[in-house]
Design a protein around this ligand. Structure first.
Ligand SMILES: Cc1cc2nc3c(=O)[nH]c(=O)nc-3n(C[C@H](O)[C@H](O)[C@H](O)COP(=O)(O)OP(=O)(O)OC[C@H]3O[C@@H](n4cnc5c(N)ncnc54)[C@H](O)[C@@H]3O)c2cc1C
Length: 341
């Protein structure tokens, strides 16, 4: 009964980036009951972070935007109708007595699987924190690392710290909603899209470059003011503020996967030539996987490593079968799906 309610999959792929999506397609070609679990509420892994940029190094495709590549990958991944679960960050992994893996997400949902493919990239993206001693005290209340909604800043005096795309985008968006917006950036030039910087300069946003947010002053309840150091003059100024939005970028973190007992070096899971990790039945591929000769940070690498891992997972599930790589040409199900006779 329990199994019917929570079926056990042949392979569960952690991560819905390019590697995980292509591996899901390949696992479908191998007739494996497949589940993909993605922490974000959308698929694509890193691709949505540069959706408008063109990629020119995807084999056989002259040029494609990251957004269109995501669409193509998702369509292909869905060919064999895998189960796709979004907004679930897998945290714990247990091996049950019968060898099945039990994965649990941050929501408490349990996923049963015979094999696991970790295609988690560098992990999920965690905001770079503000390096000030009392910053934590205001976190989530008056100090934010992402803006959940514009409304929370309505009629507030907002300080944005950062100089990249997201800092500038938020400054533009909040200019007409907040009582005041000040953007503080430690460099003399913004690193954001030129057009957006120009747009921001045409709003009421107060811009402070070559400046650093160096102190927060308030009580248990709220922030009253901040101090800002101006590098050119050496002066320190004080600004009355209600809310702080920190946009210092994000860094990837493997999170709880680090504690599964996998061999991990410099944030990467060590695999052998078959993408097998140090735990039998768990495989890794794509940006997260490390082995001698690895070409890091390349989508094409994940397109090779994913199928290699899936082939090995299939061999793990059927140790007495002679598992050979397969082609899509002549694949009966694919021919039927695409109306080929
Ligand atoms: C600006 C930029 C430009 C780039 N340009 C190119 C290019 O031109 N050509 C190229 O080949 N490569 C390029 N890359 C690199 C390419 O994007 C990566 O190599 C590729 O995205 C790696 O795919 P992946 O599936 O292995 O990992 P990712 O794309 O990182 O996907 C991993 C997914 O796993 C999810 N995840 C992590 N942990 C968990 C968990 N515990 N539970 C559930 N889900 C989890 C993450 O949310 C993420 O969605 C570029 C990268 C950047 C940032």
């Amino acid at each position: 009964m329990q199994k019917e309610m929570n079926p056990c999959y042949d392979v569960t792929i952690i991560g819905g980036g390019p590697t995980g999506l292509f591996a899901a397609f390949y696992a479908g070609m191998r007739d494996m009951k497949t589940k993909v679990i993605e922490a974000a509420p959308y698929l694509g892994g890193k691709l949505p972070y540069y959706r408008e940029k063109f990629l020119y190094d995807i084999g056989g495709i002259e040029a494609i935007t990251a957004e269109d590549l995501t669409k193509e990958l998702e369509a292909q991944a869905r060919t064999f109708d895998p189960t796709i679960v979004l907004s679930q960050l897998i945290e714990t992994m247990e091996r049950l007595d019968d060898g099945t893996f039990r994965l649990t997400s941050q929501t408490g949902e349990v996923h049963l699987t015979h094999t696991v493919l970790v295609a988690a990239g560098g992990g999920t993206l965690v905001a770079e924190k503000l390096d000030l001693p009392n910053a934590r005290q205001y976190e989530g209340r008056h100090l934010h690392y992402k803006a959940e909604s514009l409304e929370q800043f309505r009629n507030k005096r907002v300080l944005i710290s950062g100089g990249g795309d997201s800092a500038v985008d938020w400054a533009i968006a909040l200019a007409s909603i907040a009582e005041s917006v000040t953007i503080v950036h430690r460099r003399d030039e913004f690193r954001a899209h030129e057009g957006n910087v120009a747009q921001m300069r045409n709003t009421s946003v107060h811009i402070m470059t070559s400046s650093l947010l160096c102190g927060i002053h308030g009580d248990q309840e709220r922030i009253y003011e901040v101090t800002i150091e101006h590098f050119d003059s050496g002066e320190i100024s004080v600004l009355e503020i209600d809310e702080i939005l920190v946009c210092h970028g994000v860094k990837p973190d493997l999170g709880e996967i680090k504690h599964w007992g996998l061999k991990i070096e410099r944030g990467r899971v060590i695999v052998d030539a078959w993408m097998q990790t140090s735990i039998p039945g768990i495989f890794a591929a794509g940006d997260v996987a490390e082995y001698p000769g690895k070409l890091p940070g390349l989508i094409a690498g994940g397109f090779m490593e994913g199928p290699a891992a899936i082939n090995r997972a299939k061999a793990y599930l059927e140790p007495y079968e002679d598992i050979k790589p397969i082609w899509s040409t002549g694949h009966p199900k694919l021919m039927a799906i695409h109306g080929e006779s």
